[in-house]
Design a protein around this ligand. Structure first.
Ligand code: HEM
Length: 402
């Protein structure tokens, strides 16, 4: 399994491991097939304690989808759908031709680090008669003053995150899941995102976002001693949400960047808004990208090195009683708006064991005093309970639905 690190450049070539054993590219002109290598061969296991697509680096292509159960679809129908979808995701992630009807879209490609991750929204529990099993952590997020949310592109009964380092492989997964939803569930919204293509940089690097910043440096890392407690729902749990053991909560927000205003700022202003250098991501308190941030450092002229409203000061765990989350985002670009501005930004996905100790307190603080917020619009929002992973023969969500 690929691990997310500081230099967790989205799907960077140097991090590719786990070549799919025996995967071969079919050769259209009948020449001897060559073993898949690099991007095509990278695979992530579907089965395990946690679902895939959380602790691994974000891939070059992403689709976020939410489905609503069709009228009349009950718990049994939802269970059958999750079984179907889990089987398909396991096949595709291993690079196998899926059982049943296939579309052929990715026939000649390897798994390309495909991950498919499933979550349940608040409304799922009402629709399936499972309101008594709904986790308290799925309480609706509070309203934030900077929100301009479009309800049609938010929430939803079932959420699916697809990521792959090849666009056709990612679309193939999307299309199959959508077909298999058939009469049970209908697409409510879909968003498409991207990150750097593996091999595009000279070495694995932390990805940049559409503002040009190196983004993801101070994420919790799987090797941190606090990673598990921050990101995964603990095992020893009793009560309504015991089925969430090994899972995580995903906050999903479409955040448009006001790029025209942003690009008008001088480089110095841009760096002070974040608190890091744009060129290499080093904190303004000194050092390199990975040097710990010193929030108490003063510059030679007596001014504070990292300004009071710098994004990394306001968002840091030190400013929020230890609150932390794993940010695993995709950029998006959907053309332009009526006023000519780019419809572009971040499909922000934040993972945590409890949103009340992750996204919520941090966003509350950012909402009040973050220099970056002036250049952002939160346009949609969703919160999903993402169950733990499953063993071969099981399906995601089985502990809830069986
Ligand atoms: C750090 C950009 C939204 C939480 C950063 C960094 C950048 C950045 C460039 C510094 C590098 C790093 O450590 O990753 C952005 C952009 C956003 C956005 C462009 C919106 C489009 C948010 C939101 C939250 C958030 C909504 C949470 C509610 C954080 C946290 C850090 C961070 C916790 C690490 C702070 C630290 O401990 O140093 N962000 N961010 N960000 N951001 Fe954001």
């Amino acid at each position: 399994r690929r691990l997310l690190g500081t230099a967790g450049a989205a799907g960077a070539a140097g991090l590719v491991v786990g070549a799919a054993g025996g995967a071969f590219a079919a050769d259209a002109v009948g020449e001897r097939p060559a073993p898949l290598s690099g991007v095509g061969a990278a695979s992530v296991p579907f089965h395990g304690r946690h679902q895939a697509g959380i602790a691994e680096p974000a891939q070059a292509h992403g689709h976020l989808l939410a489905f609503d159960l069709a009228p009349g679809a009950d718990r049994k129908a939802a269970a059958a759908l999750m079984r179907r979808w889990s089987r398909t995701a396991a096949d595709l992630m291993a690079g196998r031709v899926p059982q049943g009807d296939d579309t052929g879209i990715a026939l000649d490609a390897g798994p390309c680090a495909l991950t498919v991750t499933f979550g349940f929204g608040r409304t799922f529990f009402d629709r399936t008669g499972l309101a008594d099993r709904r986790p308290a952590a799925l309480e609706p997020l509070p309203a934030f003053t900077g929100d301009a949310l479009d309800a049609r592109r938010g929430e939803g009964d079932v959420w699916v995150q697809i990521g792959a380092d090849d666009a056709l492989v990612a679309f193939h997964a999307l299309r199959l899941l959508q077909k298999q939803a058939s009469d049970t569930a209908r697409l409510r919204w879909q968003m498409n995102g991207f990150n750097r293509t593996p091999g595009a940089t000279d070495r694995p690097r932390t990805a940049r976002n559409l503002m040009g910043q190196i983004d993801g440096t101070n994420n919790p890392k799987p090797t941190d001693s606090t990673f598990a407690e921050r990101i995964w729902v603990p095992d020893a749990r009793e009560g309504a949400d015991s089925w969430m053991a090994g899972g995580s909560y995903a906050v999903v927000r479409r955040i448009r960047m006001l790029l025209d205003s942003w690009d008008n700022l001088s480089l110095e202003r841009q760096e002070r808004v974040i608190g890091r250098r744009k060129s290499d991501g080093a904190p303004l308190s000194g050092g390199t990208e990975t040097t710990p941030v010193d929030l108490n450092k003063f510059a030679a002229d007596g001014s504070i090195a990292i300004p009071g409203d710098a994004h990394i000061r306001v968002a840091a765990p030190e400013s929020n009683r230890g609150a932390a989350m794993l940010r695993r985002a995709f950029s998006y670009h959907d053309g332009f708006l009526d006023d000519g501005a780019p419809d572009a930004g971040l499909l922000f996905v934040a993972w945590q064991a409890d949103p009340a100790k992750g996204f919520v307190p941090v966003q509350r603080k950012l909402d009040r005093g973050d220099g970056l917020s002036r250049f952002l619009r939160h346009e949609s929002s969703g919160l999903y309970a993402v169950p733990g992973g499953c063993a071969p023969g099981e399906y995601v969500g089985q502990r809830l639905l069986e």
